[in-house]
Design a protein around this ligand. Structure first.
Ligand SMILES: [Zn+2]
Length: 132
């Protein structure tokens, strides 16, 4: 089942009238609107029958571009994926992030103040931009 097929299943009543297919397509704002208005009293819901393919396409493109932006640097919070307690203020994990050098692959911790700025890799001296 591809994403468009799933979106159409979620579009069927009663879920679709509550905007579930819109949430699925990443449209939280109009999803909430659908939720509280019954899909604009059914009218918006009906029109969505024709809009779902483009909504799925746009959401896929958004996800892909987000992955492209974040992928090369591998930026993630230092505590990403750990099941331990949340980092405490003052600890290294709290105010630092782990990024990976695009060129040499070295992992390094950068201070949060470096977000949005350029950061030199201490290993290969590549200049990395730390994304937000
Ligand atoms: Zn490097």
């Amino acid at each position: 089942m591809n994403a468009t097929g799933i979106a159409y299943i979620l579009w069927l009543p009663p879920l679709g009238l509550l905007g579930v297919h819109r949430f699925y397509c990443g449209r939280v704002g109009t999803g909430l609107l659908w939720l509280f208005t019954g899909g604009l009293v059914g009218l918006g819901w009906l029109i969505d029958m024709f809009l779902i393919p483009s909504m799925v396409r746009e959401e896929n493109a958004r996800v892909i571009s987000r992955l492209r932006e974040q992928g090369p640097l591998g930026l993630m919070p230092a505590n990403h994926g750990s099941a331990g307690p949340p980092p405490q203020p003052g600890s290294l994990q709290y105010d630092h992030r782990v990024i990976y050098c695009v060129r040499c692959g070295a992992a390094m911790q950068v201070p949060l103040e470096a977000v949005g700025r350029q950061y030199g890799c201490p290993h290969c001296r590549a200049v990395l931009v730390v994304p937000a």
